[in-house]
Design a binder for this molecule. Structure first.
Ligand code: HPA
Length: 243
């Protein structure tokens, strides 16, 4: 297969080297409208919006992933393999599994445990540990520090189930897992297998054990901060590669 694909109508070259990837396509539109100069829509297939523009003079794209491992598996695979994308930074939400992690806090997902069978396709003779790109993780950490934006680095769980009859949260929490979301593991596996880079930057949108959820105001403020950290990471990647 080559570009365009059944899921992405963009032409080869339409995406920048670094792509921010929110689950929600309308959040992709928000990123493009709020932060990009000269934003151009490059995808609209299935309403899964994608845009390319510049941020601080650096070409950057943003592309919705949809929810869950199969969906981000498709979009990230196609961007890495058919559009020459080098870096994908997921910007998403997660449910906190640790008492110290509260609504609005940022998590950099160093690793992504999973209950998904996604890694089975690689036929590995053991258990793969999907990890973030060190280069992106370091740049995101530095960008967050520079913005005075506290963040926690560690393991997350990428679950196949939002509604999970087996209630696994306590067991993962006991293993030190910070938060639960539904995409990072597939993104990391695709990036590693393609020889590319990926990172998930997550905002805590709900606290699994207290049941506390984000208010609209908290959501907007903390999401905007997460987007800025991701964009600064893209700038650091571009400038690092220049120098
Ligand atoms: N579970 C799974 N995914 C999530 C959650 C959650 O509690 N919160 C935000 N994304």
């Amino acid at each position: 297969m080559s570009a365009p694909t059944p899921h992405i109508e963009a032409k080869p070259g339409d995406y920048a080297k670094t792509v921010l990837m929110p689950g929600d396509p309308l959040r992709a539109k928000f990123v493009a409208e709020t932060f990009f100069t000269d934003a151009v829509q490059v995808n609209g297939v299935r309403g899964m919006l994608g845009f390319t523009g510049t941020y601080k003079g650096v070409p950057v794209s943003v592309q919705g992933s949809g929810m869950g491992i199969p969906s981000i598996g498709i979009y990230s695979y196609e961007l890495f393999h058919f559009y020459g994308v080098e870096n994908i930074i997921r910007i998403g939400t997660a449910g906190s599994l640790q008492p110290g992690l509260r609504i609005g806090d940022l998590v950099l997902a160093q690793g992504a445990c999973t209950n998904s069978g996604y890694a089975a396709q690689f036929g590995l003779p053991g258990t793969m540990a999907p990890i973030a790109s060190w280069s992106l993780l370091k740049d995101a950490w530095d960008a967050a520090r520079e913005k005075g934006c506290p963040c926690t680095v560690g393991n997350v769980l990428s679950s196949d189930c939002f509604y999970d009859a087996s209630s696994p949260a306590k067991k993962w929490a006991d293993m030190g897992v910070l938060a639960i979301e539904m995409e990072a593991a597939a993104l990391y596996l695709n990036a590693i297998h393609a020889g590319k880079n990926a990172l998930a930057i997550l905002t805590v949108s709900d606290e699994v054990f207290t049941g506390r959820e984000t208010t609209a105001q908290e959501r907007q403020t903390s999401f905007t901060r997460m987007m800025e950290v991701a964009l600064e990471t893209a700038v650091r990647q571009a400038r690092g590669k220049e120098g």
